[in-house]
Design a protein around this ligand. Sequence first.
Ligand code: GMZ
Ligand code: MG
Ligand code: ZN
Length: 188
Amino acid sequence: MPHADKLVILDRDGVINRDSDDYVKSLDEFLPYPQAIDAITRLSRAGWTVAVATNQSGIARGYYDESTLAAMHDRLRSLVGQAGGELARIVHCPHGPDDGCDCRKPLPGLLTRLRDELGLATLEGSWMVGDSLRDLEAGEAVGCRPALVRTGKGERTLAKHPALAEDGHTRVFVDLAAFVDWLLEGQP
Ligand SMILES: O=P(O)(O)OC[C@@H](O)[C@H]1O[C@@H](OP(=O)(O)O)[C@@H](O)[C@@H](O)[C@@H]1O
Ligand SMILES: [Mg+2]
Ligand SMILES: [Zn+2]
């Protein structure tokens, strides 16, 4: 049974796989970082629940479709599975900025969906790991602890919002592997 204090919610592009300013539009462009696959595996094998919450406005923009996205996520699940790990859920927002949905980060709709689907009463104390401010804002809206990684848009995020590194609340890591190293070190 998942527990909020042993749940890590990951942004996808720029955290799990290479991001692109031109969007990740095909299975060939979906390039998971090996360190991220290993990190997810280490987390899940240590008893943590790992989920993914990703904005995919490229669908609304017509750059790719749901079946292409599903193929990327099948690839991701199989890479993690082959490494001995597990992803509990992958949820995405297919909408565009002007669609007025409640699930496009920084709105927390993807995270409350994860909370409900995982049968949790709250996400208080869970981790939200992202490369963009909107990821962290979505997490904090529902009580998640924010962690920023420097991969993907992370360096750009820090350059635009330098206070994130000094706010004493947001943890900053070079990549997902470094976050998992830190998180698991602190475990009994
Ligand atoms: O980082 P996550 O949430 O997993 O996914 C981000 C992607 O959906 C794309 O989000 C877009 O933002 P807009 O949706 O155009 O604002 C751009 O930042 C793209 O570079 C990026 O690939
Ligand atoms: Mg991202
Ligand atoms: Zn949405």
